[in-house]
Design a binder for this molecule. Structure first.
Ligand SMILES: [Fe+2]
Length: 267
């Protein structure tokens, strides 16, 4: 490919691109200082420019504060018939399960996935926004979603979207242990890039405070640069602890995650 840059989402995908020799290392103090070391490639083959936090959203009027605190809680019997999530074909769910495999081991992860499936209020369908809308309409009490989909609903021009967003509250899971599962939007310079300095400059541009703020206020993904002023939406959600333990092993755990989804019957 004549491309100089690979810009994509999902750390697992970037880890595979590196393993297949599609990327080259980039040295940059700006990029190094822009994000926690655990959330980028140790050899500089790719750097994140935003974080995508996968959280639990709960109906404000039906779930009490503290009633659900962890991803593990999602598998508990008290949530039977009260939970929604999209299909396991979504890379967001694959990376979430890969993080559970890394954190808990494959047997615990398999039990977890089974428990989650048995709690579904309906078979997986639609995207994250559809789960939020369904919780708002009373079909279920909690769902799994990336925060930016809630951000998009809350800032939508459509009043029905805003109402759906306002019906749920964000629960950042596992704040007393490993933290919230976050995936990345990231970029890396391709192996055969002809314009390496320009590609590197573009990556540095993406993590500049101005661009980070712009992204935060349009896509509602989380800036990797903790120093920037976030959007009012992010400020209302508050700060949270990120799971930095499991992300580096995402591509290793993903094949196991796929098997577990099949066994659990998570469509
Ligand atoms: Fe998305």
């Amino acid at each position: 490919s004549p491309a100089d840059l690979l810009v994509t989402v999902d750390a697992g995908r970037l880890q595979r691109a590196k393993a297949e020799g599609l990327l080259q290392p980039v040295e940059s103090e700006i990029l190094k200082n822009s994000s926690p070391a655990e959330l980028r490639d140790a050899d500089g083959h790719w750097y994140p420019y935003t974080l995508r936090a996968r959280v639990i959203l709960a109906a404000k009027d039906r779930v009490k504060a503290g009633e659900i605190k962890t991803y593990e809680d999602l598998a508990k019997p008290e949530w039977r018939g009260r939970l929604l999530a999209r299909s396991s074909t979504s890379s967001y769910n694959q990376s979430l399960l890969a993080s559970v495999v890394t954190a808990k081991g494959k047997d615990e992860a398999a039990k977890w996935a089974k428990g989650v499936v048995s709690n579904f209020a309906r078979p997986p369908q639609g995207g994250d926004r559809d789960q939020i809308k369904a919780v708002a309409s009373g079909l279920a009490d909690v769902c799994i979603s990336n925060t930016y989909y809630l951000g998009l609903l809350l800032n939508s021009k459509d009043e029905a979207d805003r109402k759906a967003g306002e019906a749920v509250t964000v629960i950042f899971p596992n704040q007393d242990d490993r933290g919230v599962h976050c995936n990345v939007s990231a970029a890396g310079v391709t192996k055969h890039a002809k314009n390496v300095p320009q590609a590197k400059a573009y990556m540095e541009f993406l993590v500049s405070p101005e661009v980070q703020k712009m992204i935060a206020n349009s896509t509602y993904e989380h800036p990797v640069n903790g120093d920037v002023t976030l959007s009012p939406t992010h400020e209302s959600w508050g700060k949270f602890k990120i799971d930095t333990e499991t992300l580096p092993k995402m591509s290793e755990s993903q094949p196991e995650a796929t098997r577990i989804f099949d066994q659990a019957g998570w469509k």
